[in-house]
Design a protein around this ligand. Structure first.
Ligand SMILES: Nc1ncnc2c1ncn2[C@@H]1O[C@H](COP(=O)(O)OP(=O)(O)OP(=O)(O)O)[C@@H](O)[C@H]1O
Length: 231
């Protein structure tokens, strides 16, 4: 379980309060209007923003004071940040060792992950020689190869066209299932949540609602969801 216990987050004059737990199983969507605080919440979980009150725990461990790299999670942003001068294999290997001195086992892990995301045999290519979709797959591989139990995504696929975006969402869901990963995914698009999220939490009015099963939530929308959908 990932818990934000009586957490207060501040960015300038904006304040978000969260007292909430995310189950470590499957995909949870974090949905809300622009400026509602989705990225703020994710930044705090990732360790880039320190809460002004409360604490954050993951699997019972207090991570509030841990730097991002020491937390049991990986992060994928919209800007995929592949290094242009490094090959696909090297970009992915960075997830395992920043100095790229991989052991044989780590090479195997890297190659299996590239295969898992549909990039087998492309390890020698530079990012510029990949399509947008392949670059997204590579960035996902680099995040997954770290083997951390939680994966956080901040609108990671929102720049992609609809077909590619659905393909990446499905790949994310399937890989999460295979690897027993827990995923917390920020999206502003209800279609993303409905496609792959087991549960969905809404960020609105400076607070975060408790996650509810996505299907049930959309079948009988809460006041927070209705406000967000503009019904
Ligand atoms: N560094 C900052 N300094 C001051 N205010 C900030 C800062 N970063 C974010 N904010 C404010 O905090 C609020 C929440 O921003 P946040 O980026 O978390 O929203 P969001 O829900 O992720 O929005 P979007 O969907 O547009 O990305 C906004 O009002 C924003 O203007």
């Amino acid at each position: 379980m990932l818990k934000l216990e009586a957490v207060t987050l501040s960015q300038g004059s904006f304040t978000l309060r969260a007292d909430i737990g995310f189950e470590n199983r499957g995909v949870t969507a974090l949905m809300g209007a622009s400026g509602s605080g989705k990225s703020t919440l994710l930044s705090a979980v990732a360790g880039f923003l320190r809460p002004s009150a409360g604490r954050i725990t993951i699997a019972g461990q207090d991570v509030t004071d841990l730097p991002p790299g020491a937390r049991p999670l990986s992060i994928l942003f919209q800007d995929q940040n592949l290094f242009p001068h490094l090959t696909l294999a090297q970009n992915t290997g960075l997830g395992l060792r920043p100095d790229l001195r991989l052991t044989d086992d780590q090479r195997r892990t890297r190659d299996e992950m590239l295969e898992r995301v549909g990039l087998a045999g492309m390890g020698d290519r530079l990012p510029r020689d990949l399509s947008g979709g392949q670059q997204s797959r590579a960035a996902l591989a680099r995040a997954l190869v770290r083997g951390r139990p939680w994966l956080l995504l901040d609108e990671a696929f929102s720049a992609l066209g609809p077909a590619l975006r659905n393909e990446m969402l499905d790949l994310l869901r399937d890989t999460a299932m295979d690897q027993g990963l827990s995923v917390l995914m920020v999206t502003h698009d209800p279609a993303d949540a409905r496609r792959i999220a087991d549960s969905t939490a809404i960020v609105t009015d400076g607070e975060v609602t408790a996650p509810l099963p996505t299907q049930a939530l959309f079948d009988a929308p809460t006041a927070a969801l209705r406000r967000y959908l503009g019904d």
